[in-house]
Design a protein around this ligand. Structure first.
Ligand code: T4K
Length: 416
């Protein structure tokens, strides 16, 4: 039920209470799902519905796997997937794995990180967990508010005798300041890894992401631009490191009875590799759709007060996989949280990635209760970022409807 109080100019429904510019401007607002209207979409729209490539091609590969009765352990499809990725990225070695979290853990172990490692807090929690899982302390560094990536200028003050490495995250597929991070790593003798989970198919200064630092890690999770159901990969140009990682992801086995390292089971199955190869064939098409969506969102949200869509550098290769905007509550007149409630009530399942920052998640919140004092930009950004639905499951009409709702909420009505 909507209640409109003419005296106070407040709209309210249950937990919502909004100052209203004028009652004349309410047209359409009372139709919103959050005020009891029909949701704009019958079915839920997700941020990252998986891209499904050529179904027939995939099923042929599945049949082939079953016919050959080779299901995992460095099968032919895994080898082909690795070869194709190396070729595409222009990197010497690609070792595919069961997911990016295990790939990160193995890359961290193989590069012998220990003690403390500098990471952004504004990332998916797997980046931090991959360290803590091995009793290595993630030391959270703030981000540059314009790039959303780790800010190299803050790192020097955070390096201690226990620091052994840096993990940069190419958030949203937008590259870190690679030169800045490499300079600091070199100066202090630190290892440099990149969590490139979002950045498959992206380039930096004309060079494909995957070839920077000591190693980089991709994710091929279902929700990523290229998916293998679950999956990930470490890519590196370092021969020794690659050999070690290859052993580690297979329990450390160098031969049938010969274990040379402590290892784990990080292997990718043939089924996943078949999906990965099928996705790879359709990658240009997926990226085209992402680009189309991005341009449409850009056009339709242009000049919406308090809403700034994150821009990609179109002179570089880019997968355009995340549609991200920042909301400035003081201009938009509505908070990130309330906007999300409105969108969810329309079945638009927008997300506030990566709220509230790793430093506010356990165990880090308990370990470092004052971490937020060193993370002012992260603290602001987690309350501003919203990810919108995109990918091949979203149609141009859907985008128009989503943008219409955002524009209506922000510009017409509910707020002072
Ligand atoms: N580093 C970074 C920077 C990362 O972003 C990630 C993963 C990693 C490391 C670790 O990579 P992996 O170990 O996962 O390979 C998702 C993904 O689960 C996660 O992989 C991803 N980052 C993160 C950014 O997003 P959520 O919180 O969105 O929940 P999830 O996976 O339940 O997906 C919800 C979305 O997808 C909705 O959009 C619903 C839809 N969905 C999901 C699946 C799995 C489908 O429609 N079909 C599906 O099969 O985490």
């Amino acid at each position: 039920m909507i209640r409109i109080d003419k005296e106070t100019r407040l709209y309210s429904t249950g937990e919502f209470l909004y100052p209203c510019r004028s009652l004349e401007s309410k047209e359409g607002i009372d139709k919103l799902g959050v005020f009891g209207g029909q949701p704009a979409f019958e079915e839920e729209l997700h941020v990252g519905r998986p891209n499904i490539g050529n179904r027939r091609g995939f099923l042929e590969r599945v049949n082939d796997i079953l016919d050959r009765c080779w299901l995992t352990n460095n099968g032919l499809y895994v080898q082909e997937f690795e070869h194709k990725i190396s070729e595409m990225i222009g990197v010497k070695h690609c070792i595919v794995m069961c997911n990016a979290t295990v790939a990160l853990e193995i890359a961290i172990r193989a590069t012998e990180l220990k003690g403390e490692v500098l990471v952004p807090s504004f990332t998916f929690v797997a980046t931090a967990h991959a360290l803590q899982w091995q009793q290595i302390t993630p030391v959270f560094c703030d981000i540059d508010p314009t790039t959303h990536n780790i800010d190299p200028s803050r790192l020097n003050d955070m390096i201690t005798p226990r620091t052994t490495g840096i993990i940069g995250v190419h958030l949203w597929g937008r590259p870190c300041d690679v030169a800045g991070l490499s300079g600091i790593a070199k100066k202090h003798g630190l290892k440099l890894l990149f969590d490139a989970s979002h950045a498959f198919g992206c380039s930096h200064k004309g060079k494909m992401i995957g070839g920077f630092g000591d190693a980089e890690v991709f994710s091929f999770h279902a929700t990523k631009v290229l998916n293998s159901f679950e999956g990930g990969a470490v890519v590196t140009n370092n021969d020794d490191l690659a050999a070690k990682i290859r052993l580690m992801k297979n329990f450390g086995f160098a031969g049938y009875d010969d274990v040379t390292y402590i290892g784990t089971n990080g292997k990718m199955s043939e089924l996943s590799a078949a999906m990965g190869l099928t996705s790879l064939e359709s990658l240009p098409e997926f990226i085209n759709v992402n680009y189309r969506n991005y341009k449409q969102y850009q056009e339709e949200l242009r000049n919406t007060p308090g809403i700034s869509l994150l821009a990609y550098d179109e002179t570089e290769k880019c997968n355009y996989h995340y549609i991200i905007f920042e909301i400035d509550e003081s201009v938009a007149g509505i908070s990130q949280d309330d906007l999300l409630k409105i969108l969810w009530a329309e079945n638009i399942l927008a997300r506030r990635y990566f709220y509230p920052g790793c430093h506010r998640m356990e165990p880090y919140r308990s370990y470092f209760p004052h971490a937020r004092l060193l993370l002012p930009e992260t603290e602001v950004l987690v309350n501003r970022v919203v990810a919108l639905p995109t990918g091949t499951a979203i149609e141009p009409n859907d985008i128009s409807k989503i943008c219409e709702i955002i524009r209506m909420v922000v510009t017409r009505g509910i707020l002072d």
